[in-house]
Design a protein around this ligand. Structure first.
Ligand SMILES: *Cc1c(COP(=O)(O)O)cnc(C)c1O
Length: 366
């Protein structure tokens, strides 16, 4: 009998399934033998990074034989200045998913629990189970986080609560008042990870920044990323801001060079280009309206979103519609694994890509 190495993996890992990313363009090209494919499946920025990024990358590529600055000094200094925090409060990650994993690895022991919402980002249960801890998913309210119910789900075993604000894949968000009521009542030894991957897109006045809550809550960890509005998904760079003690723990468990040299300089340059940020935000806002209107005209309902994506209700099992869209050259994202088998998530693209999606959906639905 060959050794069963899956059975030898830790108890949580045995329950895991690999994360399924959005279908890559090249894969669909190979499968269908077509070009001009539109990918609206991974909440990437259709505008790409700031032109400044491309020029610093050329220069930085001359030093690829050197290890990166393992402390991320320059990027942390730039972030600290922009965000009004101390550099020592910042932890850098190979994407913000890296930070989520570091938090889990540093604090979770087998048998501990993490609390998050139904329909929340798939990485929360993933990092929990990888540590053989127990994921506790709390039923959502109108597709969004029910923070009262999440509070009630906290037990003696709870080490971490994950809040995605806004949430992916639903695009729902929690208001400042709701968040503050929650934070004030979470036991002070329970870590609260506030995942703000889409922070820069949100324009609602009642939308809170986690950063302003940090002084009052030493148990709070705010995570953000350069993968979304900054258009650097391929380079993998994200960060957290927290109390100094939490940052110290993350610094202990991270890999010495968990942020690569190109990512460090690219993120610093991207942070500098506020015009590009504003441009992307404004076009995303109009793209959201464009896609929402198109969905309405097709008679489909959708979950109102403040991110760069919209989850819409197909009114029946969504998988065949997803596959038919693929044959039209449009890649969106099935979200059955998030407990939404009748929904598909579409990322906001360039105006012409949004148009192409709406047209293809019209064709597919007949
Ligand atoms: C995209 C996303 C992230 C960020 O992933 P990176 O590792 O930074 O690319 C984190 N949280 C949520 C909810 C996301 O949708």
């Amino acid at each position: 009998m060959p050794v069963d190495f899956i059975a030898l993996s830790n108890a949580g890992v045995q329950q895991l399934k690999p994360y399924e990313p959005g279908k890559p363009i090249e894969e669909l090209e190979r499968e269908l033998g077509i070009t001009d494919i539109v990918k609206l499946a991974s909440n990437e920025s259709p505008f790409g990074p700031s032109p400044r990024v491309l020029s610093v990358l050329k220069h930085a590529s001359e030093s690829l034989h050197r290890y990166p600055d393992g402390s991320g000094y320059r990027l942390k200094a730039a972030l600290a200045e922009r965000l009004g925090v101390r550099a020592a409060q910042i932890s850098l990650g190979n994407g913000s998913n890296d930070i989520l994993e570091l938090v889990a690895r540093a604090w979770l022991c087998p048998g501990d629990e993490t609390v998050f919402s139904q329909h929340a980002f798939a990485v929360y249960p993933l990092v929990t189970l990888a540590c053989s801890a127990k994921p506790v998913a709390v039923p959502a309210k109108e597709f969004g986080h029910d923070l009262e119910a999440m509070l009630a789900a906290i037990t003696e075993r709870t080490k971490i609560v994950f809040i995605a604000n806004p949430n992916n894949p639903t695009g729902t968000w929690v208001s400042a008042a709701t968040l503050d009521r929650f934070l004030a009542r979470v036991p002070e030894h329970v870590l609260v990870v506030l995942d703000e991957a889409y922070f820069e897109y949100v324009q609602e006045t009642a939308y809170p920044s986690g950063l302003s809550r940090l002084p009052a809550y030493p148990n709070l960890i705010v995570t953000r990323t350069f993968s979304k509005i900054y258009g650097l998904s391929g380079l993998r760079v994200g960060y957290s801001v927290s109390s100094l003690d939490i940052a110290e723990v993350l610094n202990r468990v991270r890999q010495p060079f968990n942020c690569n040299s190109l990512a460090l300089v690219a993120a610093e340059a991207a942070l500098d280009d506020l015009d590009h940020l504003e441009y992307c935000r404004d076009l995303n806002t109009s793209g959201l309206a464009q896609v929402a209107e198109g969905l309405e005209q097709l008679g489909l309902s959708y979950i109102p979103s403040v991110g760069n994506f919209i989850a819409f209700d197909c009114g029946r099992e969504a998988m065949p519609i997803y596959e038919a869209l693929l044959r039209e050259g449009v890649i969106v994202r099935p979200i059955a694994a998030y407990g939404l088998p009748n929904h598909l998530r579409v990322s906001i693209g360039l105006p012409e890509e949004n148009e192409r999606f709406i047209e293809a959906l019209g064709v597919v639905l007949g």
